[in-house]
Design a protein around this ligand. Structure first.
Ligand SMILES: Cc1cc2nc3c(=O)[nH]c(=O)nc-3n(C[C@H](O)[C@H](O)[C@H](O)COP(=O)(O)OP(=O)(O)OC[C@H]3O[C@@H](n4cnc5c(N)ncnc54)[C@H](O)[C@@H]3O)c2cc1C
Length: 455
């Protein structure tokens, strides 16, 4: 096949272009090449830098060196087991570069990235081109350019989907599991009783004056993740300026004055604590985050605190003393598309069968989720180019559920999501089972259904 790509080059014998040699792109390239496609992988580093990557290796881990738990009754462990069974090359490299880290799979990031790079470089069907791809080509392509997609490619993606369907920033609040909220303290209610549910749409964590002051002091002094230079640059942009003011991290609001939060996201108006029969001094509201109702996000609590600090400080919130944070709040540039509107669960774009998205740019969060979606996109690209239909994994598998979530979530507050048990459809025994037993039941079902599917 011959394809005209925007940079003016004529590619000969390329079946599939992959944009981005990160976690998703490397896995996608491998999967497609193993199925016989000739793949050209575009990676812009080291010529064009992202601001977060430091080497020129493919599959560089930009922050933590942990790919999460290996235990099958943890969401990330289940996703790993699925990827193992689906033949993930990156997981194989990660396991060969593993460090002692208890139940987690942590890697020597240098060895991991070097091994992936060597495997890709030596594959007879993959050619690496170290250039920025500035437009989405009309040839078959997997876009896996990540959260730090280059500006010019972002423009091309925005032109395809409509600018309003490309998000540039991540300002997200933590999400906690519902069963870790202490309902002896927290209470259900909507402001002024305006909710749809009889007992209120929100879970409210009430503060006394003393509790509020302790909490604000802890927030003001907690350790933050330093904003990198690229983020500062973004802050000066027109879009960034307006966006950031609209969703300031809570620690920044707290810095502006001791009462700022009590008049902002923690305002108690329209709420009455049924246990004491009066309005609390302040509240943190939690809103249901998934259909199953087992995940809740802290409304207006986007934060840039270090993860262990989030655990420490947010557990000072009355009712959240033992809260299990399933997604930490964070702020960084994060280019992702409105997948619920423009992507199918096969990771194909709604407008073109031969255009795939994979990795963080789809809104699938976390290293393993990025690898896993890369795997599916590479596999499906090979199927489509061979004239077969693209595969949609069962929703009861973690990968199937993740693809389903990002392509079916409510677009109004669509945010990246990582693997977690809350996105899996309920099972019969859900009502009887709790905690780890429930997780184990989900894992067993997921793996059994994956096996069936593979047969
Ligand atoms: C600062 C930061 C910290 C993070 N920390 C964590 C963490 O600790 N744990 C976690 O699970 N997740 C983390 N993430 C989220 C996410 O899991 C990682 O960003 C992950 O690397 C994303 O994988 P990916 O394959 O989608 O993108 P990437 O791994 O970023 O790969 C995309 C590749 O595309 C290239 N590229 C971009 N534009 C172009 C172009 N136009 N042409 C050619 N190449 C291009 C980039 O150079 C890059 O190599 C973090 C994200 C950021 C931004």
């Amino acid at each position: 096949m011959e394809g005209q790509i925007p940079n003016g080059t004529i590619l000969r014998m390329t079946d599939l272009i992959i944009i981005g040699g990160g976690l998703a792109g490397s896995e996608a390239a491998w999967q497609a090449a193993e199925r016989g496609l000739n793949v050209t992988l575009y990676e812009m580093r080291p010529r064009v830098q992202t601001g977060a990557h430091e080497t020129e290796h493919l599959a560089e881990l930009v922050c933590s060196n942990s790919l999460g738990s290996n235990l099958p009754d943890r969401a990330s462990g289940l996703l790993k087991e699925e990827c193992r069974r689906l033949g993930s090359m990156l997981l194989e490299c990660a396991e060969s570069a593993a460090l002692p880290a208890g139940a987690a799979l942590a890697v020597d990031r240098e060895i991991f990235a070097r091994r992936v790079t060597e495997r890709i470089e030596s594959h007879p069907h993959i050619k690496i081109v170290r250039e920025e791809m500035t437009e989405i080509p009309s040839a078959p392509v997997v876009v896996a350019s990540g959260p730090l997609t280059s500006a010019r490619l972002s423009e091309s993606i925005a032109a395809l989907n409509g600018a309003e369907h490309l998000y540039f920033f991540d300002a997200i609040a933590p999400i906690v599991s519902a069963d870790s909220i202490n309902m002896e303290i927290a209470f259900r209610a909507s402001r002024y009783d305006t909710g749809k549910q009889d007992d209120g749409d929100y879970i409210n964590c009430p503060f006394t004056k003393e509790e509020y002051e302790t909490f604000v002091a802890a927030l003001q002094t907690a350790e933050r993740i330093e904003l990198r230079a690229f983020e500062d640059a973004i802050r000066t942009g027109v879009k960034a300026g307006t966006f950031f003011e609209g969703c300031l991290p809570v620690e920044i609001i707290a810095e502006r004055g001791a009462q700022s939060l009590a008049f902002g996201p923690m305002r108690p108006v329209g709420l009455r604590d049924p246990r004491v029969g009066k309005r609390p001094y302040a509240v943190v509201q939690l809103r249901q985050d998934n259909l199953a109702g087992d995940l809740y996000n802290l409304v207006g609590f986007q934060t840039n605190l270090k993860f262990p600090e989030q655990k420490r400080v947010f557990r000072l919130i009355p009712g959240l003393e033992r809260a299990e944070i399933v997604r930490f709040g964070q702020m960084h540039r994060n280019t992702f598309i409105a997948s619920p509107k423009v992507l199918r669960a096969t990771l194909q774009h709604v407008s073109r069968d031969d255009l795939f998205f994979a990795g963080q740019v789809t809104g699938a969060e976390g290293y393993m989720g990025n690898i896993a979606t890369g795997l599916l996109a590479g596999w499906n690209a090979a199927r489509v180019l061979r004239g077969e239909s693209a595969l949609e994994l069962p929703q009861s598998t973690m990968l199937g559920a993740l693809c389903h979530y990002v392509t079916h979530a409510d677009l109004r507050d669509f945010q990246p999501m990582k693997a977690n048990f809350g996105i899996l459809p309920p099972i019969e025994s859900d009502k009887r089972l709790k905690g780890r037993d429930r997780a184990r039941a989900h894992s067993e079902r997921a793996l059994a259904e994956l096996e069936n599917f593979l047969k």
